[in-house]
Design a protein around this ligand. Structure first.
Ligand code: GDP
Length: 318
């Protein structure tokens, strides 16, 4: 077994097994692992921050894993090292995963320049997001220059992922039949780039129609911004539109870096992350306290809740 020092140095040499181990440590809920994970991440910090972080989102069935397999292979051909992480808000109905297991992306996962990791399975969506942020840093320290974070266009997960990446790419399905497909608010608000999938064969016409609808909606809502999110067509099956998506990601990144928006966005994200940690850890600390006595006094109507809360906090900070 690797010592913490060995784990860190092997990870920094780009060893994928060491990276996988590090992420397992980061995701562990065991008390004993928390300190080790923190020490490891602290040691890795100087090597972090250099990757381009790309979020990829879309509803189940839109073609995410097929797209990531094709686009990821394209990026590797261009000489990049790609890590793919996932944020899966496990279904509240079935309790199971929405994104399915990762027997997907078979070609990519066996490639030496790629690292694929499924979503952490335990905890709230907020907890999963926290682990994923740390895993991004570990991937960067291991020398991956592109880190993709995949999620589904469901609930909070989309917002959370957009808060940890530099570019947010949203995948959208072609219009099907005559039914009026509502364009989700999240797409319009969060996207930096939109790609309509399955622009091939019998779905090619529907893809073009969806492209037009999205362009109109984006123009209406975001036409005055510095960057109007482009709507591109792609086919993972026919390997079409991949280089155009990469061009637009690079164009967006270059513009953001030039204007300073790139650094601003990262700084805001890091700040927010710190704030979240602060209140989470404070809450956890407080919930570990024995508050029976003061709770009784509140229950009995002897203390106003606000005064009781302040007393508890003052007893901690003293
Ligand atoms: P995910 O649930 O978003 O990960 O979607 P998948 O990647 O599993 O794809 C869902 C379905 O769409 C599968 O049946 C794929 O074969 C199909 N699909 C994915 N990409 C394309 C594409 O570029 N063209 C066509 N025609 N079908 C696609």
């Amino acid at each position: 077994d690797m010592t913490p020092k060995e784990l860190q140095s092997q990870l920094q040499q780009g060893n994928r097994r060491a990276l996988a181990k590090a992420i397992t440590l980061i995701e562990s809920t065991a008390q004993a692992d928390a300190a080790a994970a923190e020490a490891l991440l602290t040691g890795l910090m100087p090597q972090t921050g250099k990757a381009l972080r790309i979020g990829v989102s879309g509803i189940p069935g839109v073609g995410k894993s097929t797209f990531i397999e094709a686009f990821g292979s394209y990026l590797i051909e261009q000489g990049h090292k790609l890590a793919v992480l996932a944020v899966d808000p496990s279904s509240p109905v079935s309790g199971g995963s929405i994104m399915g297991d990762r027997t997907r992306m078979e070609k990519l996962s066996s490639h030496p320049q790629a690292f694929i990791r499924p979503s952490p399975t335990s905890g709230s969506i907020g907890g999963v997001a926290r682990k994923t942020r740390e895993s991004i840093l570990a991937c960067e320290a291991a020398g991956f220059d592109i880190v993709m974070v995949e999620t589904v266009g469901v609930g909070q997960s989309e917002v959370l992922v957009s808060s940890m990446v530099d570019t947010f790419l949203i995948l959208q399905m072609p219009h099907t039949g005559d039914e009026l497909q509502g364009i989700k608010k999240g797409i319009i608000e969060l996207a930096d780039i939109v790609a309509v999938t399955k622009a091939d064969g019998s779905t090619a016409t529907g893809a073009k129609r969806m492209q037009k609808s999205l362009e109109q909606a984006l123009h209406l809502v975001r036409g005055k911004e510095d960057w109007l999110p482009p709507v591109l067509l792609c086919s993972a099956v026919e390997q079409k539109g991949l280089s155009e998506i990469w061009n637009q990601i690079q164009k967006f990144t270059a513009q953001q870096k030039k204007s300073g928006a790139y650094q601003d966005r990262r700084q805001r994200q890091t700040d927010q992350w710190f704030e979240d940690e602060l209140s989470d850890q404070l809450k956890r600390y407080i919930s570990g306290q024995d508050l029976r006595q003061i709770r009784q006094q509140v229950q009995a109507g002897k203390l106003p809740p606000a005064k009781a809360a302040r007393d508890v906090i003052q007893s901690i900070v003293r």
